[in-house]
Design a protein around this ligand. Structure first.
Ligand code: IYR
Length: 229
């Protein structure tokens, strides 16, 4: 593929045939029922080892791939890990960073902020959960001919795609943890991703453990997260 063949050339438009409108009452019902469903989503840290069908993961990744992105460059890569030995290596590397974080790097203020979540440096879920999805952002897209096409708004694009992915997985009946070992450059090495890619999030995916507990934390009400003008 040449440099120009990526989203190339003058615009070509097609009719918007996929848009669906709803009567206002139905719109509100849909908005409310989606909110109720999304509100049930909780980040979990206790996973079951029950296997998850790969087709579900693949379909949710396709959903993530529908996210909007800067210049439609889709500057993301999802490295999906199920291999036991690889999960073990990821856990070992993540726990090295996490131990450093909790014992030395993190300022007290940060540790205080995390206290209600009950997190610590032990990350057994990195081996228990059936799927780990390492989400990379691509500073540039490498073309087949070896040239590089610069990408735009990479963190924004990757974050939106990750939101789609978390929502899709939740919708399918799976639970997630947006894990952020820091730094997580070890993921490039373990998952053979090139230097132009930066790992953003290690998404842990699976079913909750039988006796899964979650922190009793609340989301802010509308008047604290939005203003209308
Ligand atoms: N990466 C660490 C610390 C951590 C940081 C934030 I900000 C969180 O919301 C949760 C955890 C860990 O995963 O434990």
């Amino acid at each position: 593929m040449s440099k120009l063949s990526f989203n190339q050339g003058s615009p070509q438009f097609i009719p918007l045939s996929t848009y669906q409108s709803y009567p206002e009452t139905e719109m509100l019902e849909r908005a409310q029922s989606f909110y109720q469903d999304m509100k049930r989503r909780k980040t979990i840290r206790e996973f079951s080892n029950r296997p998850v069908p790969r087709a579900v993961i693949e379909t949710c990744l396709l959903t993530a791939g529908t996210a909007p992105s800067g210049a439609n460059h889709q500057p993301w890569h999802f490295a999906v890990v199920t291999d036991t030995a690889l999960k073990h290596k990821i856990r070992v590397e993540a726990e090295i960073e996490e131990r450093e974080f909790y014992e030395r790097r993190a300022p007290q203020e940060w540790k205080d902020a995390l206290a209600p979540l009950g997190t610590d440096a032990d990350k057994p879920f990195l081996e228990t959960a059936p799927y780990l999805i390492a989400i990379f952002g691509q500073k540039a897209t490498m073309m087949d001919d070896g040239s590089a096409v610069k990408n735009y708004y990479v963190p924004e694009s990757v974050s939106i795609a990750t939101g789609f992915l978390i929502s899709a997985l939740h919708h399918a009946g799976l639970a997630t943890l947006t894990h952020t070992p820091s730094p997580m450059g070890f993921l490039n090495q373990l998952l053979q991703r090139p230097d132009n890619e930066k790992p953003y999030i290690l998404l842990v995916v699976g079913y909750p453990a039988e006796d899964c507990m979650v922190p009793n934390i609340q989301k802010k009400p509308l008047d604290q997260i939005a203003s209308f003008f």
